[in-house]
Design a binder for this molecule. Structure first.
Ligand code: NAD
Length: 490
């Protein structure tokens, strides 16, 4: 297989009415500085977007503050109706949003379009869920008193998002925040700001009042983030990204004691026990490892195989990985697109080199797709815990394989990491299923399954993988304050 050479980026960009509209809006805005967004498949320039800094962020906070009271004062149903219109407009533009996403991020178009529609479901879901932000009436401790609990929006939210899901990571935050009655200022990744600007455009069409959903694009994240984290009017920081930056934002937010939602890095184990359905495990591992070129926080970062099924699993896993088509995301035959940039690819190659130097062996042979920002799906065997790759979030299409002899070893290996986002395992034994699921130190477990993400289920980690949950009723609570009212003199 070789990297597919296609030249459709220009024609896709020219025919995309939403991208055209974005470019016109940007051209009409009077910005002093801008930065370029490039296509990771070929390095071509997709667009120039405003490079805004601290002063513009200050203005956005002032505008958000003007909008906050009125937005919170609407009923959940009134807010929900606007959210619902946003959701419908996103679905109506899913092809254009998908193309914009592939142009700036690289993932295959079908994957990009699924990201747009799948994550729009968070908007629809939270538009309804906010109607159920129930309080409590607590049995009284004095006959002249009544004890009530109400839920109120946290206030202005500063959100910072990564490039690996340029659309999904935004709607997952914006939907619960806006539904709860918060207003939001979003700083997307400088690698993928166009999806955010496109969502902002559609939010305006949906009828969100000015100041309710604002996007600040910037090449230099630090001044924008510093303004959001230090400003007393911003009541919450919601961040998805690396653990390193998450810790930094937490430190910066400490002075004003902000509420935090942190969706950080992961080092997910995928464990295959001796009684597993091997075909199901291979199919799961293939998606959990190579989706989005391995650039997801819940990627299977380590494949842990029981010694007795190692060969049976690897025969099928290697064959399936070698059959994957690597190429431009706009080519319909591509199963996997490029890495986001050269630095990301270099990091992954350094991890492979370290592992090979320490005794790992490369079991796949797809060197032909190793060009530009593209990388072949790679499987590394004989990996041991002294190798960097066993402890680092790889964020690339490399599957390190480790072996274990018994359940205790598997659990110990799986938990041997400061991260605690996701884990997957395959077994058909009920007692093992319960025991292992309970012992894994993670926020999400996939048992004979990898589909652990959805609008109605809680997504998030423990340990250094973060704080808070996205999706589900727990996700709404992250944007609500609990207020107790004691009513005396009754
Ligand atoms: P990153 O931490 O480098 O960047 C994330 C965001 O933070 C971007 O908007 C970036 O501009 C901003 N940022 C970078 N440096 C900053 C600084 N010094 N101050 C303030 N803001 C700064 O992460 P990334 O490379 O964009 O994304 C990959 C990471 O995101 C991985 O670690 C991945 O696991 C994580 N992630 C986690 C989840 C989850 O739900 N847990 C989901 C997706 C991605």
């Amino acid at each position: 297989m070789s990297v597919m050479q296609v030249s459709t980026a220009d024609s896709v960009a020219t025919s995309n009415a939403l991208l055209h509209r974005l470019k016109e809006r940007i051209a009409a805005s009077s910005v002093e500085k801008s930065f370029t967004v490039t296509n990771p498949a070929d390095g071509s320039i997709v667009a120039k977007v405003p490079d805004l800094g601290a002063p513009k962020t200050e203005k956005a906070i002032a505008l958000a503050n003007d909008a906050q009271v009125a937005w919170a004062g609407l009923t959940a149903g009134e807010r929900g109706a606007i959210l619902r219109r946003w959701h419908d407009l996103i679905l109506a533009s899913e092809k254009e949003l998908g193309e914009i996403l592939t142009l700036e991020q690289g993932k295959p178009l079908a994957e990009a379009r699924r990201e747009v529609t799948f994550n729009a479901s968070y908007i629809e879901w939270f538009a309804e869920e906010a109607k159920r932000a129930y309080g409590d009436v607590i049995p009284t401790s004095a006959s002249s008193r009544r004890q009530l609990v109400i839920k109120q929006p946290v206030g202005i939210v500063g959100a910072i998002t990564p490039w690996n899901f340029p659309s999904g990571m935004i709607t997952r935050k914006a939907a619960p925040a806006l539904a709860a009655g918060c207003v939001i200022i979003l700083k997307p990744s400088d690698e993928t700001p166009l999806s955010a600007l496109a969502l902002e455009c559609l939010a305006e069409d949906a009828g969100f009042p000015a100041g309710v959903f604002q996007v600040i694009t910037s090449k230099d994240p630090a001044p924008v983030a510093q303004t959001l984290t230090s400003h007393p009017l911003v009541r919450k920081i919601s961040f998805t990204g690396s653990t390193r930056v998450g810790k930094l934002l937490m430190q910066q937010s400490a002075d004003s004691v902000k509420r935090m939602s942190l969706e950080l890095g992961g080092n997910a184990p995928l464990i295959v026990f001796d009684d597993a359905d091997i075909d199901s495990a291979v199919a799961g591992a293939l998606v959990a490892k190579f989706r989005n070129a391995g650039q997801t926080c819940i990627c299977a970062n380590r494949i842990l195989l029981h010694t007795s099924i190692k060969d049976a699993f690897l025969d099928k896993f290697v064959a399936a990985a070698e059959a994957m088509n690597v190429g431009d995301g706009l080519d319909p035959s591509s199963d996997m697109g490029p890495m986001i940039n050269t630095a990301a690819k270099n990091k992954v190659q350094a991890l492979i080199a370290d592992a090979v130097e320490k005794g790992a062996t490369v079991s796949t042979s797809r060197h032909s797709s190793d060009v530009g920002n593209f990388m072949p799906p790679t499987i590394l065997c004989d990996v041991t815990t002294d190798m960097d790759i066993a402890h680092t979030e790889i964020f690339g299409p490399v599957a390190p394989v480790l072996v274990f002899e018994n359940d205790e070893d598997a659990i110990a290996l799986a938990n041997d990491t400061p991260y605690g986002l996701a884990a997957y395992f395959w077994t058909r034994k009920l007692s093992r299923a319960w025991r292992v699921a309970e012992q894994l130190e993670v926020g999400m477990v996939g048992l004979n399954d990898i589909a652990i993400s959805g609008e109605a289920t809680p997504f998030g980690g423990v340990k250094e993988s973060g704080i808070g949950r996205e999706g589900s009723r727990y996700g709404l609570d992250d944007y609500l304050n609990v207020k107790y009212i004691a009513m005396g003199g009754i």
